[in-house]
Ligand binder design. Structure first.
Ligand SMILES: [Zn+2]
Ligand SMILES: [Zn+2]
Length: 444
């Protein structure tokens, strides 16, 4: 009986659950179906021929399997996917326990989200970093819970899921909120509020009345059509779809201009202070410095100034291989330096220690470009000309600074060995949002 509960609103492999065949409440379907000369994987939407391969199979002799979603367990041509309608949820009275106030911009976005929730529409919130996106969601989520609906907030990165989960649990204290990410315990229960990485959406089917996708432009969501497929499959056919971003794609910006995409634009931060502008500082051949176990003098001086004034520092680099050498070099001067990257097993603990003020410098790859909020943070990029630092990545990185109302300013320094178009575009993007915010202030 337990497993029926596990299956509600989800789509799993028959081999993953313990249920009898031919149950009338369960939908059974072949996991791979022929498409053209190749296949379509119903779990992840993959239909690229070279992403299928053959494997020996105890049932069929030889079987085809999907390589695209292999990290979630093998789906092969003799596999069956099972899914089940979720049972209705109880209606929640006054689930929200929050007495903060919204800024004018947040209120606009919040109202637009409530409308989208009620009308089951698609809507985009384009809000600058630090506009206070989480609070904009509260009223919409409350509206859904009061209607007995299911809400999912999907974010591309585990860090963002880990940051959102406690905040939402706090303001919806009597609601079961679960967080799902790569190696999280699979604590699936039939709950009204799920916070998940976009990959985890692949385990859901027609489950959510409201799907909120945070940081829609972020790698890997935009480049990976699997995740778009997942978002499509995970929500009910009649569902609200809300996108949140600080850096929409060119296509979406054009659609907003032409009135083809319903959107709310929030150009000022909740504390009404302008976004810090990135400074460009030439640092010479920094790669050669790293090889010799040194830091360019400009970087060294910048870090010293902030550490001596007890201001926490993020130093972004383009590659994992730069993290350790830089940490080793910085530790000689500042013992409380650490480094993090996506595969780092201690990443959660290090970020937590940094938040508590136990570390003075954190060297990081772009995994921390979004979602992490630390008061009075100072940020630099070493090697800002590297291709991974796109306009939107740099806008996000700059957006880490000055988020706290008590510390609304701070440094954003792009140390470079040759200015790029992306760097200039990021600066322009921030300037134009600041101009728009000033215009609105003038009008209101
Ligand atoms: Zn697949
Ligand atoms: Zn087989």
């Amino acid at each position: 009986m337990e497993d029926y509960c596990v299956l509600q609103g989800r789509r799993l492999l028959l081999s993953e659950v313990d249920i009898p065949l031919n149950n009338e409440r369960v939908r059974y379907e072949p996991a791979l179906i022929p498409k053209g000369k190749s296949y379509l994987c119903k779990r992840c939407g993959n239909d690229t021929p070279y992403l299928f391969a053959q494997t020996p199979c105890v049932h069929c002799g030889t079987c085809v399997y999907c390589r695209k979603c292999i990290m979630m367990g093998r789906v092969q041509s003799c596999s069956t996917l099972v899914s089940m309608h979720p049972e209705p949820l109880p209606i929640q009275n006054k689930p929200l326990s929050w007495n903060g106030t919204l800024s004018i911009g947040q209120k606009q976005a919040s109202d637009a989200i409530v409308r989208a929730v009620i009308e089951k529409k698609e809507h985009l919130i384009w809000a600058v970093c630090g506009a206070g996106k989480t609070e904009m969601l509260f009223a919409g989520i409350e509206t859904a819970l009061q209607r007995g609906e299911r809400v999912c907030i999907a974010a591309p990165r585990t860090d963002v899921v880990l940051e959102l989960h406690p905040r939402l649990q706090q303001v919806f204290p009597h609601i079961d909120v679960i967080a799902l990410y790569g190696n999280s315990p699979d604590r699936h229960r039939n709950v009204p509020l799920v916070i998940a990485t976009t990959h985890q959406l692949l385990r859901y089917y027609r489950a959510f009345d409201i799907l909120i996708i945070d940081e829609v432009d972020a790698f890997p969501y935009t480049v990976d059509k699997t995740l778009r497929y997942a978002a499509e499959q995970a929500r009910k056919q009649q569902a609200a779809l809300i996108h949140l971003t600080a850096t929409p794609s060119k296509l979406w910006k054009r659609e907003i201009k032409q009135g083809k995409r319903s959107a709310t634009i929030i150009s000022s931060r909740y504390h009404r202070q302008p976004l810090p502008l990135p400074m460009f500082v030439w640092s010479g051949n920094w790669k050669a410095h790293i090889k010799k176990g040194r830091l360019p003098a400009a970087v060294q001086n910048w870090i010293r100034t902030h550490v001596e004034s007890k201001r926490p520092v993020f130093l972004f680099v383009s590659k994992v291989s730069y993290v350790q050498p830089l940490v080793a070099c910085l530790k000689q001067f500042y013992p409380s330096t650490e480094g993090v990257h996506a595969e780092d097993p201690d990443r959660k603990q290090k970020v937590a220690a940094f938040r508590k003020g136990m570390l003075s410098v954190l060297v990081t790859t772009t995994i921390l470009e979004r979602g992490v909020t630390v008061a009075n943070l100072q940020v630099a990029v070493l090697g800002a000309e590297e291709p991974i630092f796109t306009e939107s990545a740099l806008v996000q990185i700059a957006g880490r600074v000055g988020r706290n109302a008590s510390f609304p300013t701070g440094d954003v320094v792009l140390f470079h060995f040759g200015k790029t178009k992306a760097m200039v575009a990021a600066r322009r993007h921030i300037q134009s949002m600041n101009r728009a915010a000033r215009r609105k202030d003038h009008l209101s």
